[in-house]
Design a protein around this ligand. Structure first.
Ligand code: NDP
Length: 357
């Protein structure tokens, strides 16, 4: 029997975010009702407009501080499941705590609320990240769900504010996911629901069209901005250089596959208690550039698209970002089928074109 079935009601935190908007759409399209949270009424406007056709199947609540005790108490009372996605994702934090505190307290806080007030909750899916898995090594390494990024936690403890910004973000995701599993362990005799953590690749690796509020390419989020710069904007790609485009890349995934994974993680009974890597495979920037140049009809953008050195990415040894994620569990448990590079490229360029970029 599925853990959750449509129609049910899902609480989605951080609803206005890049990934969350696709997650909300996935649930609404599959017949679920959604209660979304945003930090201010202003941020609800675009969400409501985007999903107007679903009427009262979508409601939005303002939670100005996810870390405040009891912030979600009332919001979990009548929901069947929770997708906790709100977490700071930027590289501007001075003190590591600026990221770690909201990430950890928001996660523990929503689990506390579900524990005390979530009478009907069957499962909580948490958007973690491979940031909670990966560590830097001098040689290529394949990571699985058994790996934990203790390295970033240690570095943040040792270096504090001087830790690299990427390390601070990774530490926040590691600490939040660890806190979630600790909560489950500490309350395993009493809680009636279970937890699934999803671990998609991050930073320069989560691509696809956008439906959250955007004004221009500069307003794209971290990962999709890199895609625009290196795959759609010849001047930026040329500044990076052909060698960079041929050698640089990591593992990637389409945002819509991540959204589908959130729904499947709530529905598939076997996903309970699991952390699951969500990754579509390896890429080099040149691979996507080649896909863009093969589009038929060619995209009509306001700027020329880069050419790079065609074919130089494919088969290039994976030696710059030395990570490979084993995503076999996402197939085994969720049955997730990943979109191809060609599909992601086609749909992303169609999105740029509609926006007049
Ligand atoms: P966005 O920045 O687009 O969305 C983040 C969401 O979290 C926004 O709604 C944001 O609200 C909210 N948020 C951030 N900080 C806080 C806070 N202190 N209190 C309350 N809400 C907050 O990011 P993504 O959609 O890319 O990321 C969503 C989730 O997915 C995050 O948990 C992120 O760590 C994770 N993730 C992202 C990946 C990526 O490459 N994009 C990959 C792997 C995981 P507001 O708009 O008001 O700031």
């Amino acid at each position: 029997m599925p853990a959750l079935q449509s129609p049910g009601k899902v609480l989605v935190t951080g609803t206005n975010g890049y990934i969350a908007m696709w997650v909300v759409r996935e649930f609404l399209q599959q017949g679920y009702s959604v209660r979304g949270t945003v930090r201010s009424a202003k941020k609800a406007e675009h969400v409501q407009k985007q999903f107007a056709e679903y009427g009262d199947k979508l409601e939005i609540a303002v939670v100005d501080d996810i870390a405040k005790e009891g912030a979600f108490d009332e919001l979990v009372e009548d929901v069947d499941a929770i997708a906790h996605m709100a977490s700071p994702f930027h590289f501007n934090a001075q003190r590591p705590e600026e990221l770690i505190e909201p990430a950890v307290n928001g996660t523990v806080g929503i689990l506390e609320s579900a524990f005390k007030h979530g009478l009907f909750v069957k499962r909580v899916v948490i958007t973690s990240s491979v940031g909670a898995i990966v560590r830097d090594e001098p040689t290529p390494i394949t990571f699985t769900e058994k790996d934990w990024n203790q390295q970033s936690l240690d570095l943040v403890n040792e270096l504090g504010e001087k830790a690299p910004n990427m390390v601070k973000y990774r530490a926040s995701k590691t600490a939040a996911e660890k806190a979630a599993w600790k909560f489950v362990e500490d309350h395993k005799q009493e809680i009636k629901w279970d937890v699934t953590c999803l671990n998609p690749p991050f930073v320069g690796s989560l691509f696809g069209p956008a439906i959250h509020e955007l004004t221009d390419p500069a307003s794209l989020n971290t990962s999709t901005k890199l895609f625009y710069d290196y795959v759609a904007d010849a001047s930026k790609a040329e500044a990076a250089g052909n060698d960079f485009l041929a050698k640089n890349g990591t593992c990637w995934v389409d945002v819509r596959d991540v959204a589908e994974a959130h729904r499947l993680a709530l529905e598939k009974q076997e996903a309970g208690g699991e952390r699951i890597i969500i990754s579509g495979g390896l890429f080099k920037w040149q691979d996507f550039i080649d896909m863009a140049n093969a589009l038929n009809p060619p995209p009509k953008l306001s700027k020329p698209i880069p050419k790079g050195h065609p074919g130089s990415g494919t088969g290039h040894p994976h030696t710059v970002h030395l990570v490979i994620y084993d995503a076999s569990k996402s197939d085994r448990i969720l049955g997730l089928k990943y979109r191809s590079m060609a599909t992601t490229t086609k749909d992303t360029f169609a999105d740029y074109q509609v926006r007049g970029w």
